[in-house]
Ligand binder design. Structure first.
Ligand code: COA
Length: 159
């Protein structure tokens, strides 16, 4: 049976840390569906369409087994729509663990078929976050080693 994993996030914007995880997951699973959350508690800097377009551009080279989709509502319902019950999440530091474990347990409670797989971020990306990238860029700092080239350009334009 085809092993399909979903990788959800806000991706506001996608960083090299996310891209690295998608690439590594693509080597493990038959298909990875990157799910860009349209409904988010965060107040995103970029629209859903912009976030999704940046993700698509960043993973363009990874072949047919990586897909990008926007989702609305509950993640477990989107998992059901794709018949994909493997959720991938990245862990950068111990501080991510509390939130991530709560989310994994809650998703499992909402649908027991769901399994969350955690992947440890590569060391060089372990302290990158979308918020840091936005803050640094807005203050004129260089984020070109932290995000895909298209994202760096878009951030520069929005200063
Ligand atoms: N490399 C770099 N940064 C990473 C990273 C990695 N490997 N993994 C996570 N991050 C960072 C992100 O940049 C982001 O930083 P920010 O907080 O400064 O913006 C943060 O860690 C987490 O972002 P992201 O990976 O995009 O996930 P998220 O926490 O924003 O996404 C959803 C959460 C969308 C998966 C979750 O809210 C959801 O499922 N929503 C749907 C509604 C639902 O089902 N709710 C019930 C959930 S139990």
């Amino acid at each position: 049976m085809k092993k399909v994993a979903i990788y959800p996030g806000t991706f506001d914007p996608i960083t090299n840390g996310h891209v690295d995880l998608i690439q590594r997951a693509g080597n493990i699973f038959d298909e990875v569906v990157v799910l860009v959350a349209a409904d988010t508690k965060k107040k995103p800097m970029f629209t859903t369409e912009e976030r999704s377009a940046m993700v698509s551009e960043a993973v363009d080279d990874y072949g047919d087994n990586v897909k990008v989709r926007v989702f609305h509502g509950l993640l477990v319902e989107e998992a059901r729509r794709h018949s994909a019950y493997i959720i991938i999440r990245g862990l950068r530091a111990v501080s991510d663990f509390e939130y991530e474990s709560q989310m994994a347990l809650m998703n499992k409670r909402l649908d027991p078929r769901v399994e969350t797989f955690f992947m440890i971020s590569r060391e060089e990306y372990s302290y990158i976050s979308s918020s840091f990238v936005k803050e640094i860029s807005s203050l004129g700092g260089d984020v070109s080693t932290m995000v895909p080239a298209g994202v760096a350009l878009k951030l520069k334009k929005s200063v």
